[in-house]
Design a protein around this ligand. Structure first.
Ligand SMILES: Nc1ncnc2c1ncn2[C@@H]1O[C@H](COP(=O)(O)OP(=O)(O)OP(=O)(O)O)[C@@H](O)[C@H]1O
Length: 319
């Protein structure tokens, strides 16, 4: 779907992207994560040609984006920004149907689309359709921002830190909205964040950026199991000595997988530490966990660990 090939960019002779290469598959929810100034927004803006690379090429569905008429390119791409950018003088329905209207959809089709989209994110259309943006909470406004970006079902959606200004609870709700929309529509999403727990929660794959370089690309599982260097482990908190981690709690909170008494999985102690567990799960895909009395408490895999850790990170933010 998207290919960055040897892309370089500098601003005033300061390199921002160094020989950037990345392939994003159709249908992925790809998260670009990295600290402030690592080059994430610059990368995203190059996709819809808000910024031009100095060298290298970007391909959209196999075609160099410079060869695609700008209007055609942008009409296939939805864009959700950190700053909520609804038109204040337009109702919710008018904001959402902005692009369908420009594309001259019949009015009844526009109305149906608006209602379906509002229902899909839990906002009753009869209540919300005619509201003005000023009559919505920040989280609701950002939900409308997302609906506006997906109203015409673009092939690609770019999201630049869309939830960073929201409180943790709204943030989690909106993350669920994105996960559900992606599961339903299977569109390709490139999502930027500097929040590692958001990256782990959302990404089907994650690209980690640092100082204009793509340090590692992988699934949340792969990154957890094998962080490429100390920057990645520090960024994802894999080296935190006092990180709260409790295998019994993980199983009690249903992060495990169903116990299979016919399977002969290795058995580990419930007291196994996070650091000890990573190499074990890298070697054995699934393990059983037992308490001091040799009672099996449950079964876990790497996915359990990722989900548990993301939930811990979220609850740390929440409380
Ligand atoms: N138009 C510009 N002119 C000069 N420097 C720029 C310009 N745009 C970005 N930069 C610089 O390029 C670097 C990368 O910026 P970019 O916005 O891509 O980073 P980011 O990873 O998205 O950061 P953040 O998470 O803070 O948004 C930064 O050092 C920034 O100051």
């Amino acid at each position: 779907m998207l290919d960055f090939k040897h892309v370089k960019k500098s601003f005033k002779n300061v390199p921002v992207l160094n020989d950037f290469n990345l392939h994003i598959n159709k249908g992925e929810l790809f998260v670009l994560v990295g600290p402030s100034g690592s080059g994430k927004t610059t990368t995203l803006k190059m996709i819809n040609r808000l910024i031009d690379p100095m060298s290298g090429t970007i391909e959209f569905e196999g075609q160099n984006i410079n060869k695609i008429p700008l209007h055609d390119l942008r009409s296939q791409i939805g864009y959700v920004l950190q700053q909520i950018a609804l038109f204040p003088n337009m109702t919710v329905a008018e904001n959402i149907s902005l692009l369908p209207d420009l594309q001259k959809w019949p009015k009844d089709k526009q109305r149906k689309r608006v209602d379906d989209l509002l229902l899909g994110v839990g906002l009753p259309p009869e209540d919300y359709r005619k509201r003005m943006p000023s009559d919505l909470s920040g989280g609701e406004q950002q939900r409308i921002g997302i609906l506006r970006a997906i109203a015409t079902e673009p092939k690609l959606i770019l999201m630049d830190e869309p939830f960073s200004a929201l409180d943790p609870i709204s943030k989690k709700t909106l993350q669920d909205v994105v996960i559900n929309l992606h599961e339903e529509l299977h569109n390709t999403i490139v999502f930027i964040t500097h929040d590692m727990s958001e990256a782990l929660r959302l990404g089907t794959r994650i690209g980690i950026m640092h100082d204009g370089n793509l340090i590692q690309v992988g699934t949340p599982d792969e990154i957890r199991r094998a962080p490429k260097n100390s920057f990645v482990s520090e960024f994802f908190g894999l080296d935190q000595p006092n990180m709260h981690f409790d295998l019994t709690e993980m199983i009690q909170n249903s992060f495990g997988i169903p116990f299979d008494e016919t399977a002969d999985y290795p058995i580990i102690s419930a007291k196994t530490t996070f650091k000890e567990l990573i190499p074990i799960l890298a070697e054995h895909a699934v393990v059983n966990v037992q308490d001091d009395n040799h009672h099996i408490l449950g079964t876990i895999n790497a996915q359990s660990l990722v989900r548990y850790d993301a939930s811990m990170a979220n609850s740390e933010v929440t409380h």
